[in-house]
Design a protein around this ligand. Structure first.
Ligand code: ADP
Ligand code: MG
Length: 318
């Protein structure tokens, strides 16, 4: 099958935010009305780096979009549209059909439409999505708003994806049902879009956890010019991770990547509001520490006592 047949068959759909259908040189969008701003983000998945080459393509389609929607969520933005660039070793129809199924299921769930892309042959599979969202002007939740005295919160549970990856790589630390839960958390992260939107006016800073809290929390601290204390006993752990040795679970939760949970700060007077929000969106929200004055540094506490060692997050070039 040719390049354009492939695009038409698997990726051109009637619903698109673009004023012109996919197939022209550019997508054409009407600018947002006054009082609304656009947010753009892009995220790339590379075979062998971000996913195993034999991963099921439906999950991959889901994840390629999920990681981008997670960035929009971390801004408090509403997803609108995305561009899809594919580098593929071959036009494998079974693979494409499943990939598109996973991709569009998530896209439809968030009313986020495909408006174009690029398709090329490549030595390995590379997937790049660029996503567009909207936010009320000036209301995007930045990394720079954390103040000393603010609480530090996180959504969901931490470390599941990291434990899932360890399981795929041969670790048998988890019982089968727990293992399956963790692998699903790795392969099919749920972007916390509803939470991101609900935290508008509540969160003072926010990001999505992709490289582990030890890697990502310092981004908030650097941008805000503050320090943080985190109590490892407070880290939200799934039933699966609670079956591991505590030290092992903490390592997954703090240094493991691919959580796609939201990490945010809020003033202490927002605690009741956040507790209510947790019930409304049916996602645990856990207070794990607080913001301090000082240089951008995390103090990790266990039962209130500083841990002697540091944690490192994931870094592609280290
Ligand atoms: P150009 O020649 O300008 O590079 P292409 O031939 O790459 O354009 O793409 C032709 C059309 O198909 C464009 O409208 C482009 O947005 C769209 N397109 C290409 N690849 C994809 C894809 N993977 N998903 C959706 N649209 C795509
Ligand atoms: Mg092109």
């Amino acid at each position: 099958m040719g390049e354009f047949e492939l695009i038409r068959k698997y990726f051109v759909r009637p619903d698109t935010l673009s004023r012109v259908p996919i197939g022209d040189d550019c997508a054409v969008l009407t600018p947002p009305p006054a009082g609304v701003e656009n947010c753009f983000t892009t995220d790339m998945l590379v075979a062998g780096r971000h996913f195993l080459a034999d991963v099921d393509p439906e999950s991959l389609g889901h994840k390629a979009l999920a990681v981008n929607l997670s960035d929009l969520a971390a801004m408090g933005a509403t997803p609108q549209a995305f561009l899809l660039s594919l580098g593929l070793p071959a036009a494998d129809e079974q693979w494409l059909e499943a990939f598109a199924r996973g991709l569009f299921a998530l896209a439809d769930a968030h009313a986020c439409t495909l408006i174009g892309g690029d398709t090329t042959r490549a030595p390995i599979t590379v997937i790049n999505i660029a996503a567009l969202g909207t936010v009320r002007a000036g209301r995007g939740i930045l990394r720079s708003g954390a103040l000393p005295g603010h609480d530090l919160w996180v959504s969901g549970t931490l470390g599941d994806a990291s434990a899932g990856l360890a399981a795929l790589q041969g670790s048998n630390a988890l019982a089968p049902a727990h293992r399956e839960f963790c692998v699903q958390r790795l392969l099919r992260p749920a972007p916390r879009v509803a939470l991101g939107l609900a935290l508008g006016g509540i969160a003072t800073s926010m990001l999505d956890l992709s490289d582990g809290m030890a890697g990502d929390l310092p981004h908030i601290l650097t941008a805000s010019g503050v320090a943080a204390q985190v109590e490892v006993r407070a880290l939200p752990l799934s039933a699966a991770l609670q079956t591991l040795l505590f030290e092992q679970a903490v390592k997954h939760a703090v240094a493991g990547g691919d959580d796609y949970e939201l990490l945010f700060t809020a003033a202490p007077d927002a605690r009741d509001t956040i507790a209510q929000l947790q019930d409304k969106i049916e996602l645990p929200l856990t207070r794990i520490g607080h913001i301090d004055t000082g240089a951008a540094h995390v103090t990790w506490l266990q039962d209130g006592v500083p841990l002697a060692h540091e944690f490192a997050g994931f870094d592609h070039f280290r």
